[in-house]
Design a protein around this ligand. Structure first.
Ligand code: ADP
Ligand code: MG
Length: 325
């Protein structure tokens, strides 16, 4: 098989705190094929955004990639200089954020901002108007003259999507793109992202703490916990028969669409902070299946296109079967 569009392997990102380096993402791996929609899900603080920003080369100064590799179409991004990375952003890799107001310039018209985004990708006015039409604006020329504060939250998010996609990037990174929106608008925006990704053959990496978002948009899911990817596989299979107790716990506490809590309070216990991480399974203090064995480094169990870092998959599956009868 040819090289995936994006391949993150064994990524470690560390924060510098009073001269010590503490990993906040610790051995995360995932890959994205052309046109594939991949979700990164997990509670707040698990390292989803940091993983996503690493792929954009947009880490803040306090964070550094300290191990592992990020390859985009075969070239190593962690080795690219700032200028080359900047040139990839926009035309090749685009990003949308949770709160469009902070990423749109309040002083400039939508037209001016779209023009800049389009220019970087060598797209013109026709492509801009077409894209505004695609994202559902009835009167694109009018939107061009407006400023961000004149639009609703949902409209601003659609402008962000238009800006990100006007250059037809190969990869769209979307960090909690619908968390700030109300339920009905959330569904519309997700459907729009899904359709556009399909039509433009744009791969999507969506970051979310909400399984219903993942279910709606993604083909493949990676579940992150305490800086690691603890389970991965096709969305339908992972959500139907999870192979990691953490995924099971997320499902059992599943917030419904539109729930904007950033922390799922119903999973008992607390997420260990990076200074508490050890070589054992990081979920063990909250896990109903944990045994002494879980103090050892967790295994990487791979079968077909599914993977899990759990010693007790058999017991988890047995429980699921019991619950089903
Ligand atoms: N700029 C930063 N400097 C230092 N630590 C950070 C920074 N941003 C995030 N972190 C830490 O990295 C970890 C993962 O954060 P993040 O990726 O934002 O989580 P998520 O997106 O899953 O909620 C957290 O422990 C957070 O405190
Ligand atoms: Mg985040």
């Amino acid at each position: 098989m040819s090289e995936p569009l994006l391949k993150i392997q064994n990524l470690q990102v560390s924060a510098t705190r009073s001269s010590a380096k503490l990993p906040v993402v610790d051995g995360a791996s995932l890959s994205i094929e052309r046109g594939e929609r991949v979700a990164l899900v997990g509670e707040s603080g698990s390292g989803k955004s940091v993983t996503c920003f690493s792929a954009m080369g947009l880490l803040p100064e306090s964070l550094q990639v300290t191990d592992g590799s990020i390859r985009y179409q075969g070239s190593e991004l962690t080795a690219l200089g700032a200028e080359k990375l900047r040139r990839l952003r926009g035309p090749e890799i685009a990003m949308i954020y949770q709160e469009p107001l902070t990423s749109l310039n309040p002083l400039l018209t939508i037209g001016a901002q779209l023009k800049e985004a389009a220019g970087r990708a060598k797209a013109g006015r026709r492509e801009i108007l077409e894209m505004l039409d695609r994202v559902g604006f009835a009167d694109p020329p009018r939107i061009l003259r407006q400023r961000p504060h004149e639009l609703s939250g949902g409209m601003r998010q659609r402008v962000m999507i238009a800006m990100a996609l006007v250059g037809r990037p190969k990869l769209l990174l979307a960090d909690e793109p619908t968390t700030a929106l109300d339920v009905t608008i959330q569904s519309q925006v997700l459907k729009l992202m899904y359709d556009l990704s399909y039509d433009l053959d744009t791969a999507v990496l969506i970051v979310s703490h909400d399984l219903s978002v993942v279910r709606k948009l993604a083909d493949t899911v990676h579940v992150m916990y305490a800086g690691q990817v603890v389970e991965s596989g096709p969305v339908k299979e992972v959500l139907a028969t999870p192979r990691h107790p953490y995924t099971q716990a997320l499902l059992d506490s599943a917030p419904h669409m539109g729930d904007t809590r950033d922390r799922l309070e119903s999973i008992p216990g607390i997420v260990p902070t990076p200074d508490q991480w050890d070589q054992g399974c990081r979920f063990r203090s909250r896990c109903p299946l944990a045994t002494e064995q879980c103090e050892q480094r967790p295994p990487k169990v791979e079968e077909d296109d599914r993977a899990s870092m759990c010693w007790h998959i058999d017991r988890l599956v047995a429980r699921q079967q019991e619950a089903a009868v």
